[in-house]
Design a protein around this ligand. Structure first.
Ligand code: GLN
Length: 540
């Protein structure tokens, strides 16, 4: 890889104002995509102001899905967008929380690194924040680092991050650019877009010593020239640096919308970088074309226990979209609450599905509903994909209903089960601390020849990302194989079963890992692609 001098690395900061949930992650990823398409090497980092050391300990209801990187970081779901847009893996360094910053500083204090000094937010905490921002620049892999600051300007907890941005600008000057993402509310009564909240938000940023260079304005109506001039005047930005960001029908539209608004050009001008060439977005446009013009449609049941919050399954939902595009098929997702599936209604809920996907999860809420749905998929020969807990449930279902092991279970749900077909890994038994202690990140898997999995991957050695503590219990392996549920992927080092499939079923695959984390626009994941293909065949 090219070694870019860290002194020449440029930094773009993305802050948010007026409201949360305006889509800083998508704007950051879209900008990165355009810069990448002009030939720049770019990465994106997310700074999260909360005190958890990482989101691994957060309930998905709090924070949506926990994304996992190759190197085993449990991260914010925005990193998933970064990877899906850029097709470049992120790492531990791409997500930093206040908790992580304080933990580092406090550990250093205990080690005597600041001996004699009072340890303070400024400079010690802000120095650590700046070090973390520059860590990615210092790898020599990137010309531009985009740092998204979580939360909204004015939040008490994001203050040290904004202060670190101010210091970075003070120290690096024209190597930095600040984008402020804001909302222009539309007042139906007067029929106007209002700029005042943005003016106030920029004032707050100015109070902290940060002048934004670019305003990206979320709006449900077009932002006319007059409003752009007004915003430019009140917020000290060039009028061409007021960028409109209209609501999009899909997140994959946003890079092209930003291209039209010339966000990439404005950023490069501010950073004093050449435009190089026009962004090559051909394959992206091709993807969008197929996304918007499907030739067929399939209905996939996604069975999980966080159905009320679709962000809890973000990567799965996106991987299904990528796979749909590969098959030129619209994937309609039927979000099914696992707690609400039972013997009495399972047929009604599953009858119209062309594929059934059982989601990952922890704990026993909704577990019997998942197992019931899997039985339906197995017996009715509906294409099935089980991910992590979904795979474990498929093993439990098979042991109970095919092998006759009444009450077989995972020891996660029933520690005293007579048939612990899913059991805790030996080296997990002594783990008591939470956070970063599961089997996490990328592990190799050897795909078994002449299996469905071998056909899916088309190669024998694969690398997939994990996040779990429990495993298929190899003690029972022979019984499963004899009855037709075979292991089709094995970890070559530990012999753990990573993939299972049922021989006399058109398409029934359970995976202990998380393929969804690796699906990108450029590289849709083969398991999802083939699952949708199987669903399509089933629908016909
Ligand atoms: N709860 C299961 C385990 O820890 C599955 C985890 C998951 O689905 N990510 O093994």
């Amino acid at each position: 890889m090219v070694d870019h001098k860290s002194s020449q690395v440029k930094y773009v900061f993305v802050t948010g104002g007026v409201s949360s949930s305006l889509g800083k992650g998508i704007i950051s990823a879209s900008l990165a995509k355009l810069l990448q398409a002009r030939g720049y090497s770019v990465t994106i980092q997310k700074l999260d102001p909360y005190i958890n050391v990482d989101p691994g300990t957060l309930n998905p209801y709090e924070h949506g899905e926990c994304f996992v990187t190759d190197d085993g970081a449990e991260t914010d779901l925005d990193l998933g967008h970064y990877e899906r847009f850029l097709n470049v893996p992120t790492s531990q360094s791409n997500n930093v929380t206040t908790g992580r910053i304080y933990q580092t500083v406090i550990n250093k204090e205990r080690e005597g690194a600041y001996l004699g000094k009072t340890v303070q937010v400024i400079p010690h905490i802000t120095d650590e924040i700046k070090r973390r921002i520059q860590l990615l620049g210092d790898t020599g892999k990137f010309e531009i680092v985009i740092t998204e600051i979580g939360g909204t300007v004015g939040d008490i907890e994001s203050l040290p991050f904004i202060e670190a941005v101010r210091q970075m600008i003070w120290e690096h000057g024209s190597s930095c650019a600040v984008i402020h993402l804001t909302l222009l509310p539309y007042l139906t009564v007067t029929g106007e877009l209002k700029t005042k909240p943005t003016q106030h938000s920029v004032k707050t940023l100015l109070e902290y010593g940060v002048q934004p260079d670019i305003l990206v304005c979320r709006s449900e109506k077009p932002v006319n020239a007059e409003i752009r001039r007004k915003l430019a005047l009140f917020c000290n930005v060039n009028v061409n640096a007021v960028i409109e960001s209209l609501d999009a029908s899909t997140i994959y539209d946003v890079p092209l919308m930003m291209l039209k608004e010339q966000l990439d050009k404005v950023v490069l001008a501010k950073l004093k970088l050449p435009l190089r060439h026009e962004p090559d977005m051909e394959s992206w446009k091709n993807f969008l074309g197929k996304l918007k013009n499907p030739t067929s449609e399939v209905r996939i049941g996604l069975i999980g226990k966080y159905i009320e919050l679709k962000d809890a399954y973000k990567s799965i939902a996106e991987a299904l979209i990528h796979a749909g595009v590969s098959n030129e098929t619209k994937v309609v997702v039927d979000w099914i609450h696992s707690s609400k599936v039972d013997e009495g209604n399972v047929a009604d809920k599953m009858r119209n599905l062309h594929g059934i996907l059982v989601a990952p999860g922890f704990g026993d809420r909704g577990i019997e509903g998942k197992i019931r749905a899997i039985r339906y998929a197995r017996e009715n020969k509906i294409p099935f994909l089980g991910i992590c807990l979904g795979m474990q449930c498929a093993v439990i279902e098979f042991s109970r209903n095919v092998l006759g092991m009444t009450d077989a279970h995972s020891t996660e749900m029933n520690a005293d089960t007579k048939y612990p077909v899913i059991d805790i890994m030996e080296d997990q038994k002594k783990v008591t601390r939470k956070g970063g202690t599961m089997r996490l990140g990328e592990y190799p898997c050897q795909v078994v020849k002449n299996t469905k999995a071998a056909g899916v991957y088309g190669k024998q050695r694969i690398m997939e990302r994990h996040r779990h503590r429990y495993e298929f219990n190899n003690k029972y392996l022979k019984k499963f194989e004899d009855a037709g549920m075979v292991p089709s992927g094995i970890n070559p080092d530990s012999n753990l079963v990573e993939i299972v499939e049922i021989k006399n079923h058109p398409w029934f695959i359970g995976v202990q890992f998380h393929p969804e984390y690796k699906s990108t626009v450029e590289n849709p994941h083969p398991l999802f692609v083939k699952f949708i293909k199987a669903a399509l065949d089933h629908s016909r």
